[in-house]
Design a protein around this ligand. Sequence first.
Ligand SMILES: [Zn+2]
Length: 159
Amino acid sequence: MPLDDTDRTHLARAVVLAREALLDGDEPYGSVLVDASGAVRFEDRNRTKDGDQTRHPEFEIARWAAANLTPDERAVATVYTSGEHCPMCSAAHAWVGLGRIAYATSSEQTSAWRASWGGSPGPVAALPIQVVAPGLLVDGPEPSLEAEVNELQRRAFER
Ligand SMILES: [Zn+2]
């Protein structure tokens, strides 16, 4: 389904969390878990600066959901995220049976930006969510947030 104003509100919050992460020395990624009633149930942002490179917000959301939501609740929940899930987080999302994903910018965009700044690819292939978890409903990117996410990624890349 196309992204609507409610989606854009939650995506904008995910980008605020990404900025928070950047300003705290972490990588600029943030994510929000919203239940079927539209309530925000959990949110987090990247916390990798202390050396654990698996501390992605989408992974944290999957584990929180497994511990706190029933399978039925998970299936109708939506995860909003500033940058498309990496393969680890796509797998975790699918394994715990969460529902739709909406992202502000795609892994393809992020990879292209990094390459244009002279960066080398990371240790994990930037596969699209649906390559890792073909059954998931995925929407994005959201063009109105692209410039802001690009700026956050650029600042992280340059430090
Ligand atoms: Zn991830």
